[in-house]
Design a protein around this ligand. Structure first.
Ligand code: MSP
Length: 510
């Protein structure tokens, strides 16, 4: 059976991991974890984009071969994925031999069928963007800063016929409403396609750039880095024992908004169409993390280093914050104070203290043993009803990629468990001489424990380690499954672990 295949963009090897990279991988990971829990056979691929001028230049600046630089950067990114709990199945590197040979096979096929041709071209070339640009790309009469130096050059190169497939692409997008997510991004692509598009220059003369995949039909040239990089989505699942049909078409290509047009929404669909592959199901296009409304950039010194936050607060609060704050598809400001407040209020007070209070009360009043639960007891009706609604809506939100809404609902439920405890005051019931007080105390503690267990399960795609810690603290099986989401006496007679601290208190000193 075909796997549920999800990919992220492959990161440029000329920089170090920043929040954008971390976010994209966490987003993909949350989708992957939810899909696995929903019974899908998931294959999650991420990786590194290693060729091109910028990588060559960065390596030259450090006086090391480009491959050595790429090996270092790959280690950095893989370490970050490990720290963040990103459960990828395969890490593709575009310097891998199977990738090189696949790219060359595709180029040869396109050349033989006349889809790639040689021509002399005079045009404006952006060193930073590593491509020919046009006057119409100017913003308010000036080249965008990230184009760097733009100069006119005349060069003989190889071109891929894009123009002749423009109509086909417009029709395809029109006929496939799920192809680009969110929908407003599809409109941007259609807008872009209203103007005639140029054929794509897919070669770079070796005298200018040697760090790339050599054209199989002309040894004087290497392949344009985007043409090479996009093919990773197929080369990574099409070698050795892997059968492409088990993976392709991809279910989600997860990418940032800056690389949708034209690379993913124009070059890639046309490449696939001409090479005779099916198109991916959905480009999931996320927004950008900003700093006080501005793009993060090294020059403005406002780049958020994920490692600072991970070191100070731990990887899972970082995952929680990113998923809780950003609505998938929209931009979002990274705000330090909000981060601290989410850590202190949601995680520390609402969730962490709730668990430690409940396990401590279980030890104080019940010898650490969770009492059996009569789910028909009227005292827990409201809690149970709230759970039923929460469980259903959170799963629906996960399926709809509405992670911020899912976490909002889940933490409202957690807030209600706190309220339930305050209202029923187990500490008073424990002292009460009333007949029935003891039973009531047991019902309250059992229902609170059960509610925390359920909340932990739903939290698992976003905070897998925390979820397991909570389950262990309640004496439950740490394995998460969506089949365990019913409110029942699952924890009866289990032993709770005393003194659990999920989120240590901090003097935030970042
Ligand atoms: N190498 C290309 C992708 C090739 S895919 C065949 C590339 N690499 S990148 O390192 O610049 O970016 C990797 C991903 O990180 C992209 O999807 C990009 O949109 C995303 N982000 C980079 N900065 C970002 C933010 N500030 N916020 C969110 N994501 C952003 O592009």
């Amino acid at each position: 059976m075909k796997k549920f295949f999800i990919t992220t963009a492959i990161d440029y090897a000329n920089g170090r991991p920043h929040i954008g990279h971390a976010y994209e991988k966490i987003l993909a990971d949350v989708i992957a974890r939810n899909a696995r829990l929903s019974g899908k056979d998931v294959y999650f691929m991420t990786g590194l984009d290693e060729h091109g001028q910028k990588v060559e230049q960065s390596a030259a600046r450090r006086g090391i071969p480009p491959k050595v630089l790429c090996d270092e950067v790959a280690d950095d990114f893989k370490t970050l994925c490990g720290t963040l709990g990103v459960s990828y199945d395969y890490y593709i590197r575009t310097t891998d031999e199977y990738h090189r040979s696949f790219v060359q096979k595709c180029l040869q096929k396109l050349f033989d069928s006349g889809e790639i041709y040689k021509a002399e071209y005079t045009g404006l070339y952006s060193l930073n963007a590593e491509r020919f640009v046009q006057e119409k790309d100017k913003v308010n009469g000036a080249w965008p800063a990230d184009y760097g130096q733009v100069t006119e050059i005349t060069e003989t190169n190889y071109f891929f016929r894009l123009k002749k497939h423009q109509r086909w692409l417009i029709d395809y997008i029109g006929a496939h409403p799920d192809f680009i997510y969110p929908k407003f991004r599809a409109k941007q692509v259609i807008e872009f396609l209203k103007e005639p598009i140029n054929d794509l220059c897919i070669s770079r003369p070796k005298e200018r750039l040697s760090w790339g995949i050599e054209l199989p039909f002309d040894k004087e040239y290497v392949t344009y880095v985007w043409f090479d990089a996009l093919l990773n989505y197929i080369s990574g699942v099409n070698f050795g024992d892997k059968k492409l049909a088990d993976y392709w078409p991809a279910d989600y290509h997860i990418i940032g908004k800056d690389i949708l047009v034209p690379a993913h929404s124009v070059y890639w669909p046309i490449m696939l169409h001409v090479l005779d592959y099916e198109l991916p199901r959905t480009f999931l296009t996320h927004g950008w993390w900003l700093s006080s409304g501005e793009k993060m950039s090294k020059s403005s010194g406002n780049v958020v280093n994920p490692l600072d936050y991970i070191e100070e607060f731990g990887p899972e609060p970082f995952r929680y914050y990113l998923m809780r704050e950003m609505s998938v598809g929209q931009d979002c400001d990274f705000n330090h104070d909000r981060f601290v407040s989410r850590y202190v209020t949601d995680l520390g007070n609402d969730l962490g203290n709730l668990l430690s209070r409940v396990v401590n009360m279980l030890h104080r009043y019940c010898d650490g043993i969770i009492p059996s639960l009569d789910v028909t007891n009227p005292a827990i009706l409201e809690l149970r009803e709230l759970w039923d609604g929460t469980g259903r809506s959170v799963l629906a939100d996960y399926g709809d990629l509405a992670f911020n809404s899912a976490l909002g609902r889940l933490f409202s439920f957690i807030a209600f468990i706190n309220k339930f405890i305050e209202m029923n005051a187990p500490w008073r019931l424990a002292k009460s001489a009333d007949s029935g007080a003891r039973t009531q105390l047991e019902v309250v503690l059992a229902a609170a424990s059960e509610s925390i267990r359920l909340a932990a399960l739903l939290l698992a795609p976003v905070m897998p380690v925390t979820a397991s810690k909570i389950l262990v603290a309640l004496g439950a099986d740490p394995e998460v499954s969506w089949s365990k989401l019913d409110f029942g006496p699952h924890l009866a007679n289990k032993t709770a672990v005393e003194n659990v601290i999920l989120f240590p208190r901090k003097e935030a000193n970042l």
